[in-house]
Write a protein that binds this ligand. Structure first.
Ligand code: AMP
Length: 414
């Protein structure tokens, strides 16, 4: 089956087409036919695609909304220009898998999108006002382009964390507020964690119950997850993806009393302070320069920029703090797993984060760490009691596989 995987943003649309079915899933033989992105939807948009042979194509087009963008992309892919023999018409896309950020308490696994499911996703909008409306737009656009007969599946970032125990997911606020408004920790990056935990056990030849790791997804958004016995036991992001680690533009943990303090001092509404914590904080806020870790590292090595140094130091300190906390609540783990753009590519950040974990039995192998850029690798020494791994994430692959499993009614790991 050719599965279109969609990740809809506010003015962007990321997509991949992956050929997969149960036989390919079992044999790990899924085939990525193409990946691409539309940016600046709503005006003169740019559309880029990259085929599996590495060939890149870019065009610009005036695309007023997400349905127009999706329609354009599909027709372009199906045209002969791209030379993609598997897709010669819209009908060659057999199903669509969507990344949906928030599934609330309702969705503990991926789901075929029916009208009822769509209503539930809409109900989750108040929990993720920045993210879920975009997913809904993507789903409606796909219905318009492919028609009601093409199955669509929603894969939720929150679903993997449905196993969180109460002591991890409840905040210490009046219990009644949880009952009335479902205010609790949901956790995010769940598809990424499911993928890396799965790869980890394949690499080590372990079963799911033998999977005890602290995983760090360090990208533009950053989070940590304590995965105990193969299930999410605790995680750093909360009711929204703002809590926890320092991120590109998000503050992560702050004293909640700071919100009204900033509001009073700066004459801002609470909504505006929340926007400040989401969009102007984190690496960008501390450095005053950029949210891009690569640029910050360049500033540090080339210009010894003190604010870049500070941003990186606070970023790593917070990550270390979460690893330590998660090791404590899990009663120890077998490995630390790094993923996401920073986790997969920056050996310097990994080394800084792992510094001082000798007490937990971790000793990094400097050469292995330096050589591990963008591919799976063990980066700890052979005699390290606590191992460390780099495992590049592949959320799109898992979304494509879940789409197939949902359509065929096959059980799938949650
Ligand atoms: P993601 O959201 O997973 O695409 O990750 C984006 C983040 O990864 C950005 O902060 C990038 O600067 C960072 N990143 C990507 N490659 C590198 C690299 N080689 N060194 C440091 N950071 C990187």
């Amino acid at each position: 089956m050719n599965i279109l995987v969609l990740n809809s943003g506010s003015s962007s649309l990321k997509f991949q087409i992956i050929a997969t079915d149960m036989e390919r899933i079992r044999g790990n033989a899924d085939e990525r036919l193409l990946r691409g992105e539309v940016q600046k939807i709503g005006g003169e948009a740019s559309v880029t695609v990259q085929k599996s042979d590495g060939l890149k194509e870019k065009v610009t087009a005036s695309l007023k909304d997400v349905p127009a963008a999706l329609d354009f992309v599909i027709r372009w892919i199906a045209s002969n220009n791209l030379g993609l023999k598997q897709i010669s018409s819209v009908a060659d896309i057999h199903a669509v898998g969507h990344r949906v950020v928030h599934g609330g308490e309702h969705f503990t696994e991926s789901a075929i999108i029916t009208n009822e499911v769509l209503k539930e996703i809409e109900r989750c909008v108040e929990l993720a006002p920045l993210h879920n409306p975009n997913s809904i737009k993507g789903i409606l656009a796909a219905r318009e382009v492919f028609g009601p007969k093409t199955p669509q599946v929603a894969v939720f970032d929150t679903a993997f964390h449905h196993a969180l125990p109460e002591q991890s997911y409840l905040y210490a606020i009046p219990y009644d507020l949880y009952l009335r408004y479902r205010i609790r920790r949901y956790g995010f990056h769940g598809t990424s964690y499911r993928y890396v935990a799965h790869r980890y056990r394949l690499l080590r030849n372990l079963t799911r119950p033998q999977t005890n790791i602290v995983a760090l997804h360090l990208g533009n958004g950053c989070s940590a997850a304590a995965i105990r016995g193969g299930y999410s036991f605790d995680t750093s992001m909360g009711m929204t993806p703002l809590e926890g680690l320092v991120m590109g533009t998000r503050s992560g943990d702050v004293d909640p009393a700071i919100l009204s303090f900033i509001a009073a001092k700066e004459g801002l509404s609470l909504d505006e302070v929340e926007t400040l914590l989401n969009n102007q904080s984190g690496l960008l806020g501390i450095s005053g320069l950029t949210n891009d870790m690569r640029v910050l590292q360049g500033e540090l090595t080339e210009h010894d920029n003190p604010r870049a140094r500070l941003a990186i130091e606070i970023f790593c300190h917070r990550a270390r703090k979460y690893i330590g906390a998660f090791l404590a609540v899990m009663g120890g783990a077998d490995a630390i797993v790094f993923t996401g753009g920073i986790g997969e590519n920056s050996s310097a950040i990994r080394a800084r984060i792992c510094e001082g974990f000798e007490w937990a039995g971790l000793s990094l192998d400097d050469d292995k760490n330096k050589n591990a850029v963008g591919h799976e690798a063990v980066i700890s020494r052979e005699d390290s009691r606590l191992a460390a791994y780099v495992i590049p994430t592949d959320e799109e692959l898992l979304i494509a596989r879940d789409t197939v499993r949902c359509i065929l009614g096959e059980p799938h790991p949650t």
